[in-house]
Design a protein around this ligand. Structure first.
Ligand code: NAD
Length: 491
């Protein structure tokens, strides 16, 4: 008998999903809801045994899955998308209880996007191709061969959306998958298993191992039968995974943290810049791409800061299930304390608090007030380290050259946002910024066909569109001579 829990009247399985069946572990871990810190579920706590079983199941399922025609795989992926859409309400509610992000965002943006991940990569698979070309009469044919077992390790801040962003291209490519979701928000990954089974995905093609990263992760990462590792998470974990994977030369794709600049020039549309700057508090600041360093041209600095503080003061913080809530709690007590540590140290160092500056004492629990620190010293921890909470800094610059230097002055390079009314300046500045994504006069516009990833310590590699298939496949060139066919005819 498998173990389930009822979360807001939705039954969720708590054990691993290996080879098309539920597999229990002796131990469990507590999955706590950030909304009230109650224990939502006791989830199977995997270790090396479950890791080995999952990779074995994925390896066994690989030969048959890789032989399926692209049209068949695409059809299964579309049916998984149908299944996500059919269970959208359940998924949205469970995710909100599990990670504390807004229910209305899950309903309107995140879960539809999870379904779209499957539709997009199903359709992209059918378009994938490269024109054959000739070399001295010989035909070059490029193909994308499935690589084998793909290990996918994902974080808690947008659990199903970030998991499906990897699961969909890995399956489309013809790989089989072992997914390890974050222990802070493991439930929707579990729900995806039955959705995929009901969509006709063969047993063993998708496997989910639950557990604590440090306990089960190394056994998965170091497994010799894993052909690809795609990881989204923090820089320290990415570094550990990369080092371990290097032993077996397993290719890794790392999508890591950031401390992205949001650069505001005096010639921009100030209201747009202010309102998009305030959006950096979305998801309680737990967004890898957030522009957490506001760099504002000196001549408009005062006006910008006043307008920003006025708008940010109006942010409604509260229960993420309420329609009028703008931001909910932080994901866990441990993460909340980590954020508070950054804020406390910055205050001790004398950095001016322009907004917030501590926990929301009215709401209690894991609610942290949107916070803005003004003019930290260059190199200060609060201006250089990723906080991953509702904590921004604001600094001024005098001219374009200084703006670029300040924007690039961290070890990260995930994203950057620029506000200016001058297209030439926008072009000069964006080409000088070190970032995987640059937004000009907009924020968070993302297309799945675009390359996505980070530079410097924000990651290795790019995913999205062709880039996902390049990573999840062995790209092969077959060169064929026009001569030497039996009977002497060319095909
Ligand atoms: P994390 O690194 O703590 O954990 C991520 C995942 O790695 C979890 O599933 C965890 O269980 C697993 N893990 C931990 N130790 C492991 C090990 N030794 N071996 C294998 N797996 C291990 O990150 P987090 O706190 O869950 O997520 C927040 C971080 O993720 C932030 O730094 C954020 O910027 C980053 N992030 C990046 C992107 C992006 O696309 N670049 C997107 C979302 C989040």
């Amino acid at each position: 008998m498998s173990r389930t829990v009822s979360v807001a009247q939705v039954d969720v399985e708590l054990d691993h999903w290996i080879g098309g069946r539920r597999v229990a572990s002796k131990e469990t871990f507590d999955d706590v809801s950030p909304i009230d810190e109650s224990v939502l579920a006791r989830v199977a706590r995997g270790g090396p045994t479950e890791a080995a079983a999952a990779v074995a199941a994925a390896s066994a399922a690989f030969p048959a899955w890789r032989r399926t025609r692209p049209e068949e795989r695409a059809a299964v992926l579309h049916r998984i998308a149908d299944g996500i859409e059919a269970r959208l309400e359940d998924l949205a509610m469970v995710e909100t209880l599990d990670n504390g992000a807004l229910l209305r965002s899950h309903r309107k943006g995140v879960m539809p996007r999870a379904a779209h991940n499957f539709r997009f990569f199903a359709d992209w698979l059918l378009k994938l191709g490269h024109e054959d070309f000739e070399t001295r009469g010989h035909r070059n044919h490029v193909s994308w061969d499935p690589a084998g077992v793909a290990l996918l390790i994902t974080p808690w801040n947008a659990p199903l959306m970030l998991a499906t962003w990897k699961v969909a291209p890995a399956l489309a490519a013809g790989n089989t998958v072992v997914l390890k979701p974050a222990e802070w928000s493991p439930l929707t990954a579990s729900m995806l298993c039955e959705i995929a089974r009901d969509a006709g995905l063969p047993d063993g093609v998708l496997n989910v191992v639950q557990g604590i990263g440090e306990e089960v992760g190394p056994a998965l990462v170091g497994h010799p039968d894993v052909a690809r590792i795609s990881f989204t998470g923090s820089v320290p974990t990415g570094r550990r995974i990369s080092a371990q994977a290097a032993e077996a030369l397993t290719p890794v794709s790392l999508e890591l943290g950031g401390k992205s600049p949001l650069v505001v020039f005096a010639d921009c549309d100030l209201d747009v810049a202010v309102s998009q700057a305030v959006e950096q508090y979305d998801n309680a600041g737990q967004v890898c791409l957030a522009g957490t360093r506001l760099l504002v041209e000196g001549s408009i600095r005062e006006e910008f800061e006043q307008k920003f503080v006025a708008r940010a003061t109006a942010i409604v913080q509260g229960d993420p299930r309420d329609e009028d809530t703008d931001i909910g709690p932080q994901v866990s007590r441990e993460h909340f304390e980590r954020i508070d540590g950054f804020v406390t140290r910055a205050k001790e160092q004398g950095v001016r608090v322009a907004l917030g500056g501590g926990p929301n004492l009215e709401l209690g629990g894991l609610y942290y007030r949107p916070t803005l620190f003004a003019d930290p010293e260059p190199g200060a921890e609060i201006a250089t380290e990723e906080v991953f909470g509702p904590v921004l800094t604001i600094q001024s610059f005098d001219d374009e050259a200084q703006a670029v230097v300040m924007a690039n002055d961290t070890v990260y390079g995930l994203a950057a946002t620029v506000f200016t009314g001058d297209p030439e300046k926008a072009s000069r500045v964006s080409s000088s910024l070190v970032a995987g994504t640059v937004w000009v006069n907009c924020f968070f516009v993302r297309d799945l066909q675009a390359p996505f990833g980070g530079s410097r310590q924000s990651g290795i590699g790019r995913e999205g569109g062709d880039w996902s298939f390049d990573f999840f496949c062995d790209v092969k060139n077959t060169v064929t001579s026009p001569h030497h066919w039996k009977g002497g005819t060319s095909p």
